[in-house]
Design a binder for this molecule. Structure first.
Ligand SMILES: Cc1cc2nc3c(=O)[nH]c(=O)nc-3n(C[C@H](O)[C@H](O)[C@H](O)COP(=O)(O)OP(=O)(O)OC[C@H]3O[C@@H](n4cnc5c(N)ncnc54)[C@H](O)[C@@H]3O)c2cc1C
Length: 379
């Protein structure tokens, strides 16, 4: 087994790292204050191909593998996780169409989604469910050549930004199966509500969306006629890949927590010497570095499996579970190493601590990841 990176992988990582440092960093203060994605970054990320890293060139992607994809997310999130998550959720929408859409749907929607000309959303969660697809209340009813969609989706990432959404609906004519439908976000009846006020991830735009007699062509059924009623499979497949994206974001945040801790431990002096000389600090840094590497290799192994065409439902549940907890421990240790200063907004570790928590919750809470991981072993 070869653990070295190819020239292309090194180049992708360095490009993402340089972009994050030179282009994202100057906008962080503004995004934190205004609680918006800096849309100035979108054309720049388009130019570098970040929206389509792992997707086929024929639809506007870069044609690289999931390994390069997670490297991009890791480096963007190392600087500012909101931008990694913005790309990752766009990819959930694009992935749904790439993996399950008809050829016409791929040709129509992917070129814009893979270049950032349309920003993707993935709308599953509702007031009564964030974890159970059987509890979906949003309805889709066929009327002639159209779908009529009514309901409410909550916590929908990127929904205030123009582009395309895939929406999971209860298909009333199909024994209440779930059908996934492509909806351009400028369709009348797609009504994002005010931005959700969050604890962290301020550069990620999230809002509830009311779906009010929204009409789209029947041909927007993901996968066409044969895709109707296939929503549960689409959901579980794509969320597996989404969890890989979240894992990459966590690796980036954990690495940033480690970087900040090393820097601070060398600078801060107590009892006439840098705190790096205290064994307590060395223990925390040693442990963090081991966990960051373990998290990274687990994430890369899952990315590799996905690129090899393997079903990663169990792998990505276990990976997300471990990696999000590793990021939690790293952020907590980093704050401890920074002492009182870590608790202030002057230092990045305060933001990393707030941003990290989401990774244990969205796209399925960690309790459910434990259940999925165990189910593969207890059959
Ligand atoms: C910032 C943000 C962005 C989001 N973006 C999106 C998005 O783009 N699209 C989208 O569709 N959703 C999105 N979500 C929603 C998110 O995916 C759900 O909130 C998440 O899946 C959890 O669902 P819930 O809040 O309904 O939790 P619940 O299902 O109500 O769970 C609450 C708690 O109950 C326990 N629990 C629940 N079910 C089980 C179970 N089966 N076994 C064991 N314990 C259980 C767990 O402890 C869990 O933490 C986002 C959420 C946030 C906060």
């Amino acid at each position: 087994m070869d653990f070295s990176y190819s020239e292309q992988q090194e180049m992708v990582r360095n490009t993402a790292r340089d972009f994050a440092k030179n282009e994202i960093a100057p906008f962080i203060e503004q995004m934190e204050a205004e609680k918006r994605t800096a849309t100035e970054l979108i054309p720049k990320m388009k130019k570098l191909g970040f929206y389509g890293t792992q997707y086929p060139e024929e639809y506007g992607g870069i044609g690289a593998t999931y390994l390069e994809y997670v490297m991009v997310l890791e480096e963007l999130s190392r600087e500012y996780c909101s931008i990694g998550a913005h790309i990752s959720v766009n990819s959930l929408c694009a992935g749904t169409i790439n993996d399950f859409g008809t050829e016409e749907q791929k040709k129509l929607y992917l070129p814009d989604l893979l270049t950032g000309d349309a920003i993707g959303s993935f709308a599953f969660t509702e007031p009564s469910t964030g974890s159970d697809p059987r509890a979906i209340r949003t309805t889709a009813v066929r009327e002639g050549d159209e779908w009529v969609i009514n309901g409410e989706k909550i916590f929908i990432t990127n929904s205030p930004l123009p582009g395309t959404a895939v929406i999971f609906c209860k298909d009333l004519e199909m024994e209440e199966k779930v059908t996934c439908i492509i909806v351009p976000k400028d369709t009348p009846g797609f009504v994002p509500q005010k931005h959700i006020s969050k604890m962290g991830m301020h550069g990620l735009e999230v809002a509830d969306v009311v779906l009010d007699d929204l009409r789209v062509p029947y041909e927007n059924t993901v996968g066409g006629e044969s895709g109707r009623g296939n929503g549960f499979k689409i959901l579980t497949t794509e969320i597996s890949v989404g969890k890989l994206g979240i894992s990459a974001q966590c690796v980036g945040m954990a690495q940033a927590a480690l970087d900040e801790s090393i820097k601070y431990a060398k600078e801060r002096e107590q009892q006439g010497k840098p705190i790096a000389k205290f064994q307590t600090i060395q223990w925390m840094i040693g442990e963090m570095s081991a966990e960051v590497d373990a998290a990274r290799y687990l994430t890369y192994a899952t990315a590799f499996a996905r690129s090899a065409g393997k079903n990663i439902m169990f792998d990505s549940a276990r990976t997300r579970l471990f990696v999000s907890q590793a990021a939690h421990r790293a952020a907590s240790s980093a704050m401890q190493i920074h002492g009182a200063f870590g608790y202030t907004t002057e230092y990045n570790v305060e933001r990393i601590f707030r941003d990290m928590k989401l990774a244990e919750i969205y796209e399925g809470v960690n309790e459910i990841q434990r259940v999925i991981a165990a189910s593969a072993l207890l059959r």
